[in-house]
Design a protein around this ligand. Structure first.
Ligand code: SF4
Length: 348
């Protein structure tokens, strides 16, 4: 059986682990310090732990379980990694540079079963869920790279391959680990979970009252168009989804971000902007317009620049706060799933 990743333990779980080994609980904080402040790659480097605890940790847990297969750096500083997991599966992780800091986009599943029509990650379906440790390790790997230039990861988006709320426990375990003041100390407000709209999980997240930002992929303003783009809409239609979003806002006070991928000829008319504004008018929110990247397997093309601008202006005119997502890494395969899909094509 595969050993559990040391990155997958919350601090209370690690305290329980050391207690069972007959050690005082402060050893857990020491281990957290080595993992997240020193970012060691071998338990033998945890020099203030007793030798027998180090050898037990080495025998019963995994530390570095991922191999960097490819890394691409874009002219704007975006760095994209293709990482190989212990079982040979691959995932993507991206470091994005903003004027407010460095953000890491992590994957939460290998592949995805949600079937969104504009997405390369779902082409081969869901392979498996990532563990909390595998999600945390992606951030640690990026932080190690940023250590070379004395920078830090200031925010994390769960927006890589996979639907985070379809892997709920691991995604929330991840949040608890990276926000721990003894760990990477990333503020809850600096974590964004992106979802296609798994309504029961949105209610659960709201009730658990973590102060994270929810980004909901809406991508269309009517059920017919949305169901064609996103099969999940057949299970939870737009109004059902918006009720859950309103509940999330009321419980957490966190404004919802709606992601809207503009696809040429599908959802990018001015009338679509007007319908969207009407749907969102009573909900404190922000709309993030995403010029969709060309996905060879899907034959979808991007909306022309002036039409993107006109769509954003119409939303603003109707009092909906909207921005067009700055394109990051446009000279590399930076969109969700593209690098993995590209590698799969090369293997064929
Ligand atoms: S957009 Fe996200 S949820 Fe939809 S198929 Fe791609 S990875 Fe899955």
């Amino acid at each position: 059986m595969l050993k559990p990743s040391l990155y997958g333990f919350t601090l209370p779980q690690l305290e329980e682990y050391v207690r069972q080994e007959g050690q005082p609980t402060y050893r857990a904080k020491q281990i957290f310090h080595w993992l997240y402040q020193q970012r060691v790659q071998d338990v033998e480097e945890m020099t203030d732990l007793p030798k027998n605890l180090r050898s037990t940790l080495a025998q019963t847990t995994l530390l570095c379980s991922m191999k960097e297969l490819v890394s691409q750096k874009s002219q704007d500083g975006t760095i994209k990694f293709l990482l190989e997991l212990h079982d040979g599966a691959t995932i993507e992780t991206v470091i994005m540079r903003h004027d407010y800091g460095n953000s890491v986009c992590v994957s939460t599943q290998v592949g995805c079963k949600m079937g969104c029509k504009f997405c390369a990650s779902t082409l081969g379906g869901l392979v498996r869920n990532l563990t909390a440790g595998e999600i945390v390790e992606q951030v640690v790997l990026c932080q190690r790279l940023l250590d070379r230039t004395h920078e830090r990861v200031s925010s994390v988006v769960l927006m890589g391959s996979g639907e985070p709320l379809d892997n709920y426990d691991a995604s929330i375990g991840f949040v608890d680990i990276v926000t721990d003041p003894e760990g990477l100390k990333i503020g809850q407000r600096h974590i964004t979970i992106s979802t296609v709209g798994l309504v029961p999980a949105i209610y659960r997240l709201a009730d658990e009252m973590r102060g994270i930002t929810l980004a909901v992929s809406i991508h269309a303003a009517d059920d017919e168009t949305r169901s064609k783009m996103m099969p999940v809409n057949k299970a939870y239609d737009i109004l059902t989804l918006l009720d859950a979003c309103r509940y999330y806002y009321e419980k957490t006070g966190r404004r919802i971000t709606f992601e809207y991928a503009l696809i040429n000829g599908h959802n990018d008319k001015i009338q679509d902007a007007q319908k969207l504004a009407k749907l969102l008018q009573s909900l404190p929110c922000h709309v993030n317009l995403i010029p969709v990247n060309y996905v060879p397997e899907r034959d979808l093309t991007r909306t022309p620049q002036d039409q993107i601008r006109a769509f954003a202006n119409e939303l603003e005119r109707l009092s909906i706060n909207a921005t067009v997502r700055r394109e990051m890494g446009s000279d590399i395969a930076a969109a969700c799933g593209q690098l993995r899909a590209q590698q799969a094509r090369e293997r064929i």
